[in-house]
Write a protein that binds this ligand. Structure first.
Ligand code: ZN
Ligand code: ZN
Length: 141
């Protein structure tokens, strides 16, 4: 992610720019995705095509992971892919190993967990999702 005010490259979870101190999406001058200059009123970056983030009223950082994590959890939950995707290496490894080491039998246990987690991700609000899974790193459910 780039600061929308000064184009400094930031961690995706950063809540304030280390270059200028503003929330990363508070500015209007640069694309948060590619750092290209944008017009003050532009809604979409002309260089990379993403919707430009808006400070305060837009999605919180990390909310863009909610949909993908939910879909991964439902389709590939038994393999723990959604855990790896959210940065939970230990939990992902547990799900992956249980499924693989039991030659798929463990998937009957792990998959319903993945589906349940996927449904939870998808039904949570962006703010809730980010608060629980991106900031607090809640490993299970
Ligand atoms: Zn900045
Ligand atoms: Zn861009």
């Amino acid at each position: 992610m780039y600061c929308r005010n000064c184009a400094k490259q930031l961690d995706d979870r950063a809540i304030a720019c280390v270059g200028c101190g503003l929330p990363p999406l508070a500015g209007k001058k640069y694309c948060q995705n590619c750092g290209h200059e944008t017009g003050e009123v532009a809604a979409v970056c002309l260089a990379c095509g993403v919707a430009l983030g808006k400070g305060g009223v837009g999605q919180p950082a990390g909310a863009d992971k909610r949909l993908a994590a939910g879909i991964l959890a439902i389709l590939l939950g038994a393999l723990g892919f959604h855990k790896f995707f959210l940065g939970y290496k230990k939990e992902g490894m547990i799900m992956l190993l249980v499924t693989v080491l039991t030659a798929g039998v463990g998937a009957f246990v792990m998959w319903p967990i993945g589906v349940a987690e996927g449904v939870i991700y998808l039904t949570k609000s962006d703010e809730d999702f980010v608060e629980t899974y991106v900031r607090n790193k809640k490993g299970w459910f």
